[in-house]
Design a protein around this ligand. Structure first.
Ligand SMILES: *Cc1c(COP(=O)(O)O)cnc(C)c1O
Length: 431
């Protein structure tokens, strides 16, 4: 099995956190998101403990809310001692509604509106991650009006290509996030921010991409940030208290993906940082990281019920499920790989290759192509693993399909965290 929280019970059913997925499908209906809270907590602890141990006090993991955002998530995060990123006023609202402490929130976004900026300051978010000069000006002015000295991290782009998917690679110079170091624009950004009365520059932020399996790209980012920070110090006397290295550690979607050793990587990175600080004679900053996928990805799976099965002679076989790109658009977006299992017949022999299609009127609505499985029949329960990140948060109501609920698993028990959308919910905004 891909993860240690998955198993097969005596009925030949897939289990998650020792709960039978087929009974979950019966109890809550499908399509259904399942999130193993114990697994998520284990992932949080891995980061919290390793970062404190190797980077030292004050270093923190911030959960990237865009990976999975609903109220129940913030309760878990708070209990596990995590801080959190929000990238939009909607995510900020969700975190605040859940009672998450505002001072532990980091407000991201490459296009915060004036209204967003006021909302963030009024909500007393701990830190703004400022993306551009425009935002800096407006934030400084509004913080001044409120008599606040706003803590910020300045987002810079280190110009690193971590060899990941194009769509989730954000550290290159040519992208819409942050200010590039190489062109001198990051330097101008810092010097401008230093002139602002109501801005307290806490440190620098860089995010190089996602689904990264090695530590080297992060070391490269540390090199570039240190050299940059040193230059800023020489020019202005400013010392950054923190480097935020962003998110990005990968998770295993399929057996051939490697297992990232998060603790080992954090240890290696901390040694690298220490050497770098010595080399540049720069005081060691605290480190923030922003894991999203590696906190919730492997804690989630999706359950569907099989509907139509089609053999197109001379071509392919299809099995259609009662969900699709509306609850998981990642295959349609970038042909993301997934492990697909027949949850109610785990011990049956795999007899053929089936392309798992969704129910939308869209030929691109596929979950995965050519999956080896027992010959499917209507009513079989199909499980797609590793859907904890970027599924619920990317879901849509295309074709007026209601969003699935989220069921969480804690200590061998299941409970509903987000209920299924209803037709009335679909109508809620319509006058
Ligand atoms: C997407 C993103 C993250 C989270 O990335 P993961 O790959 O899910 O860990 C963190 N920080 C920023 C700025 C991001 O854009």
């Amino acid at each position: 099995m891909l993860y240690d929280n998955l198993g097969i019970n005596v009925k030949g059913h897939l289990t998650v956190g020792s709960v039978d997925t087929v009974s979950l499908a019966e109890k809550y209906g499908t399509a259904l998101y399942v999130l193993d809270e114990d697994k998520m907590r284990e992932n949080c602890r891995l980061y919290v403990n390793a970062m404190a141990k190797y980077f030292g006090e004050g270093s923190l993991p911030l959960f990237a809310g865009k990976a999975l955002c609903f109220k129940g998530i913030y309760r878990v995060l708070e209990e596990e001692g995590m801080s959190a990123d929000v990238v939009s006023p909607g995510e900020l609202y969700t975190a605040l509604k859940a009672g998450f402490p505002a001072e532990r929130l980091f407000f991201h976004g490459n296009n915060k509106t004036d209204e967003d900026i006021r909302y963030g300051v009024d909500s007393k978010v701990g830190y703004f991650i400022v993306d551009n000069l425009n935002e800096l000006e407006i934030l400084d002015a509004y913080a001044g009006e409120c008599g606040v000295k706003q803590k910020v991290l300045l987002r810079v782009t280190p110009g690193i290509d971590p060899h990941t998917l194009e769509a989730i690679n954000t550290g290159r110079i040519d992208c819409q996030f942050g200010r590039p170091i190489e062109t001198g624009q990051a330097e101008h950004f810092v010097k401008t921010a230093l002139q602002k009365d109501n801005i307290d520059i806490w440190g620098f932020h860089s995010h190089i991409g996602s689904q990264i399996f090695e530590v080297q790209p992060f070391c490269d980012a540390v090199d570039i940030l240190l050299e940059f920070a040193k230059k800023m110090y020489d020019d202005t006397g400013f010392v950054a208290r923190t480097f935020n290295l962003g998110g990005g550690f990968g998770v295993r979607y399929v057996e051939s993906d490697p297992q990232v050793d998060i603790e080992g990587n954090i240890k290696a990175l901390s040694e690298y940082l220490e050497n770098g600080c010595e080399k540049f004679s720069y005081p060691k900053p605290t480190i923030y990281m922003e894991p999203g996928r590696s906190i919730v990805g492997n804690a989630g799976l999706t359950l569907y019920t099989a509907g139509g099965v089609k053999d197109i002679e001379g071509y392919r076989n299809y099995v259609t499920v009662d969900g699709g790109m509306t609850d998981n658009p990642r295959y349609a977006l970038y042909e993301a790989k997934y492990t697909v299992l027949m949850a109610n017949r785990m011990n049956d022999e795999k007899e053929g290759a089936y392309t798992v299609a969704g129910r939308c009127c869209e030929s691109g609505d596929l979950i995965q192509e050519d999956v080896l499985m027992p010959t499917p029949k209507r009513g079989d329960i199909i499980a797609v693993l590793t859907t904890g990140a970027y599924n619920f948060s990317m879901a849509s109501n295309y074709n007026r399909i209601c969003r699935p609920p989220v069921v969480m698993i804690r200590d061998g028990k299941d409970y509903l965290a987000v209920r299924r959308q209803t037709f009335d919910d679909l109508m809620a905004c319509e006058l």
